[in-house]
Structure formats: structure tokens, C-alpha cells
Design a protein. Sequence first.
Length: 323
Amino acid sequence: MRSLLCTMLFLAAPVLIAEPVLAETIFVSNEKDNQIAVVDGDSLQITNKIKVGRRPRGITLSGDGTQLYVCAGDDNRVDVVDIASGKVVHSLPSGPDPELFVLSPDGNRLYVANEDDNMVTIIDIPSRKAVGNIQVGVEPEGMGISPDGKILVNTSETTNMAHFIDTEKRAVVGNVLVDSRPRVAQFSGDGKHVWVSSEIGGTVSVIDAATRKVVKKIRFEVTGVRREAIQAVGIQMTRDGKRAFVALGPANRIAEIDTENFEVKRYFLVGQRVWNLAFSPDEKRLYTTNGISNDLSVIDLERNKVIKSIPVGGAPWGVVVKP
């Protein structure tokens, strides 16, 4: 009887099945190595290095997450990497020296900033063809797109402008003057603002997307760091729009900004010459590429501290994370 009771209790007990760890994969473009370093988000170890075209910089995921698009600047093309096989499967046409790009919300078009011909190239991904060019300012670089895909913002480094482009008309419909050498353009999640970093100016201009007016200019001060070394480049914002993070280049810092009052809350000391940054899918971590120290810094955003530095290769520049 006792044996039967024990058996019944065992059968009635819930069966606990261990769930797999769903860690992300981090992809880092290394300018000098002509490679993409693949980092496992669970172990924080490099698992592969993928050979791509010369001087890879801008990097992003395809809409379905199965492919990686990489700007190969010195080969004047965009390489397409199949993530499953870890190989370049084909290339997409761009203008000379593509540096940064942005994917349309529907995943069908890439808008590419070509630094050497003052053009933004529109690539139709299904047909693998360039379907148009939009003339912008001198040395175009940053590319941001509104959540609805109707407005594209390109920054021109030498003209010191943010160009607002109507994606349906494929034409510039407005220009906003910002500080010297603008780099990245990033829309807020609600589409109301565009944040533009200025590398030499050392500022971030917050632009009202509707009026195309600068409503706030964010400046940075780091104790013990010369002002000219504080160079704003990469920008990322959390999905809820409450926290923004800006890479400060040779200052070796990431600034965290409260988006309600545009005040800097804290600075994180990362590797040397930080360029760009990307969140983990749950936004509990922030990954930063550090071009001179050749590493990837990992910031724990729950504890607000840098927890690891991962050597990834020569001159890491771009970073993107796949769930």
C-alpha cells in the first residue's frame, strides 16, 4: 500500500523540464581584418569569424533575421551573409565607399550612404538591384528611418546637415544644420524626434521630426577628458524611449541620457575609441565596439556596470545582435 501511494504521488507531481538557454548572437564588423566576429551571448566567447569584403563597417540584420548585411567600403558593395552557414552568399550593388545604411521597416529596401559620391543608394533586396539614387550633402554617413518608413534621415559629414528624405518621392524635403561632422541619425521609437550625433562638435542634436527644428542640444563633460576628445558617434535608445546611450569616441565613454529631460545620468568607461553600440534583445545588456583597443565591451544595464571586455579583432566598428 505504501509503495502504491508513493507511486501515485510521483505520477501526480509536476514534471519540471529544463528550458534551453536562449542566448543572443553578437556580430561585430572588424575594419582591419575584413571579418565579422561572431560572439555567443551566453559564454561571451568568439565562435566564428566570417570573411567578408574589404573594410567592413555598417552591419544590420535582414528582416527575417536569417541574413546579415555588411557594408564593404573598399569593395563598393554590400555583402550578404547567410547566418546559418556563416558564408557570404551574394553581394548587393551600392555606390562608392558605402559606410552606413538602414533597412526599411518592411525589410525590402536598403538605403545606403555612399561616402564618396554624395548619394544615398536605394537597393531593392528581392531583386538585388539598385533602383534609385538620392543626392545629398558632402560625405553622407548616418542613416535613420521613421517607424512608418516614410521619412529617411541622412547626415552629411562635411555639409554638417541632417537631410530629411521622403521615401515615396525619393527626394530631400528638408535640411537641418547641426554641429560639425554629424555621424549617426536615430529616430525615437514614437517617431517624434531624430537624434543626430556630431563627432567633432561633440554634441547630440535632438530634432523635432515634424517641424524639423532642433529642440535640444546635448553636451557632454567627462572629468579628466579634454573636450576635443569627446566625440559623439553611435546612438541607441531603449524601446520604451526612457534611456538613450551615446558613444563618445576617444573619450572611451558611453553616456546614458534621461530622455525626459535630456540630462546625462552617468558615464560608462569602456574600451578605447568606442564607435557603435547595440542592445541585447531583452535590453539588459549593451555591447560596444572599441576600435583602438580591438575589443567589445559588455555593459550590464541592470547593475549599471561594465562586466566584460572581449577581444574581437582588428578595429571593431559595427555591431548587431540576433536573438
